[in-house]
Ligand binder design. Structure first.
Ligand SMILES: [Zn+2]
Length: 417
């Protein structure tokens, strides 16, 4: 375990995701929509959707159940959670709905999930209760600091809250770190370091030293058990609890947080959460907040830079580029593309009208797989696969090749072959 999640120096990604995002037609912004509010073009939407599907499947297998909750809540909800007192500067102004009713664009998903937990009585038998949502939240950043997918005002967060007993908390933190490691392997992402984020001086943090110490002790214990080296970051905690931050470095050498795991004793108290124990009495659960890939915007920005647009096959907008040698192979190319569609493989035909074969091979250089269909392949139904980077494989029956590709994509393999 430890060797798989030990941070290593990342290879230096060199390309700004904003430039590549535009060049590759992944996302953009429009002044009429506003800065910090990017939209996703079809190829970018494929990357994002593949990532979201992957995370949901990973979470399902790890025992999470998914929910949906609204992006708005009443101001009183955030007064109760403590966001209003500790986090208001980062929130949009409330929407005045009429006398006594103010709605707030949510700055996090935690308060909604706390309400879902307390929507009915809970037994200790239901714990750990793992509630996940890929949900939208909003941050009121100043226009000047916004850009690309890394500083945005509308955020799609891969979030989850585990409601558990105190005794279960360490195992849940550990399970979350293991999920993060599994996701990073599939994404080809390498953390730059792990940070134990602790409170700093000032009123930003809930003043309950004994709760901070208990929560931090659980995080430290798990990091030690896993043998993960980490550094302390004073003043980097959430306002309600300490957290483990998994850091990555972007193209400009700037470090940011991708994934987090937090232990929280504060919100269960604020929301008066409880479960009925084996003893028949009411007990307070612990909340473990965790995000495997963080915000989808930041995760995709990092993937673009990390891979220079040459995504692992399961994320690639085009997985197989089909290059008919001449117009005579156009029908065979179209037939191959529809076979791919049936197998959930994303194929694109670059026909002879798009220029010389060499030009088309270059145009499709980011696709993980290419095939050239000449008269022989069209006649005998074989494919000679060309892997991104130039490696060529010998001819094999098309059906075999396609089912191998589909299998690699399903397995979220980061290696092409
Ligand atoms: Zn949370």
């Amino acid at each position: 375990m430890s060797d798989r999640i030990t941070p290593a120096a990342p290879s230096s990604p060199a390309v700004d995701h904003r430039r590549l995002g535009r060049e590759l037609g992944l996302f953009d912004t429009d002044p009429l929509i506003g800065s910090g509010l990017p939209y996703w073009l079809p190829d970018g939407a494929v990357v994002r959707q593949s990532l979201e599907d992957f995370v949901r499947a990973l979470e399902r297998r790890a025992g999470y159940r998914h929910v949906y909750s609204p992006v708005l809540g009443k101001r009183e909800l955030y007064e109760l959670s403590g966001h209003w007192a500790h986090y208001r500067e980062d929130m949009f102004p409330p929407l005045e709905m009429g006398p006594g009713e103010e709605l707030v664009l949510r700055p996090s998903l935690c308060p909604h999930h706390a309400l879902l937990f307390r929507s009915r009585s809970r037994s200790y038998r239901e714990l750990p209760l793992r509630m996940a949502e890929l949900g939208d939240m909003y941050r009121s950043e100043r226009s000047g600091v916004l850009g690309g997918l890394t500083r945005v005002r509308a955020i799609r967060l891969n979030d989850a809250h585990v409601f558990c007993t105190l005794e279960q908390a360490a195992a849940e933190v550990r399970g979350a770190l293991e999920l993060i490691a599994a996701a990073y392997r599939a994404m080809g992402v390498v953390p730059s370091r792990y940070r134990l984020s602790l409170p700093g001086p000032g009123g930003k943090y809930v003043a309950r030293p004994e709760l901070w110490e208990r929560a931090a002790a659980i995080l430290v214990r798990v990091l030690a058990e896993l043998g993960v080296p980490y550094e302390e970051g004073v003043g980097e905690a959430a306002f309600y609890g300490p957290k483990i931050d998994v850091q990555v470095v972007d193209a400009a050498g700037q470090e940011s947080t991708l994934s987090t795991v937090q232990v929280d004793f504060h919100q269960p108290e604020r929301f008066d959460l409880h479960y009925v124990g084996a003893d028949g009495a009411r007990h307070r659960p612990v909340m473990v907040h965790r995000s495997v890939v963080g915000s989808v915007e930041r995760a995709v920005a990092h993937l673009i830079e990390r891979h220079g647009g040459a995504f692992p096959a399961w994320l690639a907008p085009v997985q197989l580029a089909v290059l008919p040698l001449g117009p005579e192979q156009a029908d065979a190319a179209a037939a191959l593309a529809s076979r791919c569609l049936e197998l959930d493989l994303r194929a694109e035909v670059l026909g002879a009208e798009r220029g010389s074969l060499g030009a088309r091979v270059r145009a499709a250089r980011l696709a993980p797989y290419q095939v050239v269909l000449g008269p022989r392949e069209a006649a005998d139904g074989t494919l000679s696969l060309r892997l991104r980077g130039g490696r060529r494989l010998g001819p094999r029956p098309a059906g075999e090749v396609l089912s191998d590709l589909a299998e690699r994509v399903r397995a979220h393999a980061v290696e092409l072959w």
